[in-house]
Write a protein that binds this ligand. Structure first.
Ligand code: HEM
Length: 162
């Protein structure tokens, strides 16, 4: 029988999707730095759990022109605090990005989407996951039955012990 697991987290959280896409493929000097800026930021955040990043997963876009990083954060406020902190790697990378964009306009697309998810508005299901994945990797993994049988039940939260 398939093993069903779900994530273990009752509070709110934030999901941040961010990506870079090469537009002018012949100008890697202009787009590569936007790609390589991400690794040091994830490393910086991983060294400091209090900053609020719970887990990040990097994927390659299907057309092979870009990467997308799925980030799970403790809160949306933690994301904004990190993005605007002078002592972190993000602000200098942001400024360097605009300097390059001025030099070679339109060579690289960067994008992000932020989702502030209140408690009681997140649900997950992992079937036969050999290791915790996604939100369950970020917050902890429990048997799926702990949050209910259907997606709607799991959205509402843990099942009270019998
Ligand atoms: C952990 C990784 C990252 C996080 C959490 C993050 C988050 C954010 C957030 C929240 C903002 C909006 C700030 C505000 O308006 O208050 C922002 C802006 C920006 N980010 Fe990032 N970012 C990340 C990585 C990167 C990388 C790798 C680049 C590429 C160089 C980048 C380039 C930019 C730029 C250019 C802006 C300014 C957009 C504007 O002019 O408003 N970011 N980022």
């Amino acid at each position: 029988m398939a093993a069903l697991t779900t994530h273990q987290h009752e509070d709110g959280l934030a999901v941040f999707l961010i990506g870079a896409r090469a537009v002018k493929l012949w100008r890697p000097d202009a787009w590569l730095p936007a790609f390589t800026a991400m690794g040091p930021m994830i490393a910086e955040l991983s060294r400091d759990p209090d900053a609020g990043l719970l887990h990040a997963r990097t994927t390659i876009d299907a057309d092979l022109r870009g990467v997308t990083v799925v980030q799970y954060w403790r809160s949306i406020e933690d994301i904004y605090r990190y993005a605007n902190a002078d002592e972190r790697k993000h602000r200098p990378a942001w400024l360097a990005f605009y300097r390059r964009a001025h030099r070679v306009p339109g060579a690289v697309q960067v994008w992000h989407e932020s989702y502030a998810v209140p408690a009681g508005h997140h649900e997950s299901l992992y079937v036969d996951a050999p290791r915790p994945f996604g939100l369950a990797r970020a917050t902890g993994s429990v048997p799926g039955s702990r949050r209910g049988r259907t997606a709607q039940e799991r959205l509402r939260g843990p099942v009270a012990p019998a």
